[in-house]
Design a protein around this ligand. Structure first.
Ligand SMILES: Nc1ncnc2c1ncn2[C@@H]1O[C@H](COP(=O)(O)OP(=O)(O)OP(=O)(O)O)[C@@H](O)[C@H]1O
Length: 248
């Protein structure tokens, strides 16, 4: 199995505003973040605090109104349209709703994002290897409706890995799953991070999952209000309890 080099992620003075009727909402408000390569960061905070918007900005799904985003040394905010497409291909996205195409098999769902770049046959072997890596060997021909929620999310993760991403952005990937299955999905993401060296940003409301990452940041009103290192040797849950400040 290949090992991808994880990429560092930095934001400085990042700002994103949305218009909502006559109002302007500041979804991300002067947000500074520095994530070293290979770190798994839980992005937490109440509903509306800017978690998804932050991930969308870093993944160049949304464009920032101010500030900079640097990923793997590249300043994303300065990329032109053609460069942005190439940049997005190097990032793995995992969503809460798996966004699988219902008429396609698990294998073809994994291949779809890279289909424009070479033929299906060229990608099938790698897609099989990835389905195997996420625990779905033998289910290549299943349709999404024949798979459980957890299995569908595994397909979504295999699909995200097709571009050999240095960065995985996971937005509430366990939000539609029961607690045990959600735990298994996090196990998988952390294992893939270990074997492939990716940087992982995981937006989550679930404290027990957040506590298993290397680091936890908490957003409030679009900015980082807490930044906790969970690798200091103490039991992460104890670290969080001791701080008694986790309000996910
Ligand atoms: N496309 C949009 N148009 C207008 N407002 C938006 C848009 N996207 C997000 N917002 C607003 O920006 C703020 C941040 O939203 P965001 O989805 O990033 O929060 P979140 O922390 O991910 O929330 P949740 O936990 O509920 O998913 C919210 O006030 C939201 O209503």
């Amino acid at each position: 199995m290949t090992s991808n080099a994880g990429v560092p992620v930095q934001t400085a003075g990042l700002v994103k505003r949305f218009r909502s009727g006559a109002d302007r909402i500041t979804a991300v408000d002067w947000l500074d973040l520095d994530v070293p390569a290979g770190q798994a960061v839980a992005v937490t905070g109440p509903s509306g605090s800017g978690k998804s918007t932050l991930l969308h900005l870093i993944g160049a799904i949304e464009r920032a109104d101010g500030g900079t985003i640097t990923v793997g040394g590249k300043e994303v905010t300065k990329l032109r349209r053609a460069e942005l497409a190439a940049y997005r291909r190097g990032i793995g996205f995992v969503f809460q709703r798996y966004h699988l195409l219902p008429a396609l098999t698990a294998l073809d769902n994994v291949i779809v994002p890279v289909l424009p770049y070479r033929g299906r046959g060229d990608h099938a072997a790698r897609a099989r290897e990835l389905l195997d890596a996420v625990g779905l060997a033998g289910r290549e021909r299943a349709l999404p409706a024949q798979l459980s929620g957890g299995e569908q999310q595994r397909v979504g993760i295999a699909r995200a890995l097709m571009g050999e991403p240095g960065l995985l952005l996971a937005d509430e990937p366990t939000g539609n799953l029961d607690s045990a299955t959600g735990g298994q999905i996090l196990d998988l993401l952390l294992r893939l991070r270990d074997t492939r060296g990716m940087t992982v940003l995981l937006a989550t409301h679930e404290q027990h999952l957040a506590a298993r990452c290397d680091r936890l940041i908490r957003l409030s009103d679009g900015t980082v209000v807490e930044d906790i290192d969970l690798t200091d040797g103490e039991d992460p849950a104890a670290t969080l309890d001791r701080a008694s400040r986790l309000r996910l």
